[in-house]
Design a protein around this ligand. Structure first.
Ligand SMILES: Cc1ncc(COP(=O)(O)O)c(C=O)c1O
Length: 306
């Protein structure tokens, strides 16, 4: 099945979308990206894009941070993306990658006096981490950058070298994923996920000023926990020993969905298995993202015309 991209204001086959080697963003990480999922529902023969608008709101905020003017409104961005996914006609889960980037063929470290552009591509992409088994995580020696180093609340491509260091360190040490700390040693997030724990019958997750990306899956989980399970989420600084002694722990992210954590730095979390609250949240979440729960259907954008 051929893939397409939206590139330089046109829909083109993915293989034809090529950038020059002088592109500023390639050299200095001067771009903002998003990761969005299209979830295939085989019974309904429909692809549902999950919380599309919220992803573009976050992209727009990131663009403000690095002085990129998007050439499209939020409505247009959503429309372009839905049309692109429809054009690809995949019948499996897909990952959608929008990128707003400093496109000038110009070297020089700066944000000003550079042109920018916007592209989107779609690829088939199954699970990122195994959501059926409890993952093993290692606490990373790489900490999140402070807000006056690189703001970790924006998905800036240059920022992600920090996440790449952490992920590779974790894999090379035999873990599935890294858990990174804030500059002052509190729990922050995974290399591509937010972290939740269950403690004292409540959900706890690092707060917005704990150097995290404000995840859309994080927001989804907090809403579902409250409205469907009657569980409040406390957003606050979390210490490492709290993580080690949690009843349950899980990671959330567009790529990773809701991934249970069974051990951290070789210490079992709870019984080292998928926890009961994690399991309930996973069940709800998977039903919702595939467009099978009418209450939350507004979060899903169907793309195939019937
Ligand atoms: C560093 C980081 N934290 C958290 C997340 C989770 O965010 P979301 O749920 O919006 O995908 C991601 C993924 O985008 C990420 O890259």
């Amino acid at each position: 099945m051929p893939s397409y991209a939206y590139f330089q204001q046109q829909f083109v086959p993915l293989a034809e979308a090529k950038l020059g080697i002088m592109t500023n963003a390639l050299h200095y990480g001067t771009a903002v990206f998003e990761g969005i999922r299209g979830n295939w529902n085989p019974e309904k023969k429909q692809m549902y894009i999950f919380r599309l608008r919220e992803h573009y709101q976050r992209l727009r905020d990131g663009c403000r941070v690095i002085k990129i003017e998007l050439p499209h409104s939020l409505d247009e961005l959503c429309q372009i993306t839905a049309s692109l996914v429809a054009m690809c006609r995949f019948e499996e889960d897909v990952y959608i990658r929008p990128l707003a980037y400093k496109s000038s063929q110009s070297l020089g470290v700066r944000l000003h006096n550079l042109e920018s552009d916007f592209l989107v591509l779609v690829i088939p992409w199954g699970p990122y981490l195994d959501v059926d088994k409890a993952a093993s995580c290692g606490v990373s020696s790489w900490r999140r950058p402070d807000y006056n180093v690189i703001p970790p609340s924006a998905k800036l491509t240059g920022l992600y070298i920090n996440n790449a260091f952490a992920k590779t360190e974790a894999i090379e040490k035999g873990f599935d994923e890294a858990i990174m700390l804030t500059p002052d040693g509190h729990v922050s997030e995974g290399s591509g996920e937010n972290v939740f724990l269950v403690a004292g019958g409540k959900l706890v997750t690092p707060a917005r000023d704990n150097h995290i990306l404000l995840g859309i899956t994080r927001d989804t989980v907090m809403k579902l926990a409250k409205d469907e399970l009657g569980l409040e989420t406390v957003e606050r600084p979390v210490t490492l020993d709290e993580l080690f002694t949690a009843e349950e722990c899980f990671l959330t992210g567009t790529a990773a969905h809701i991934t249970p954590v069974g051990e951290i730095d070789h210490r079992p979390v709870g019984k080292g298995e998928v926890g009961a609250i994690t399991r309930k949240l996973q069940e709800l979440y998977f039903e919702i993202i595939r467009g099978d729960n009418p209450k939350y259907i507004d979060w899903c954008t169907p793309v195939y015309k019937k």
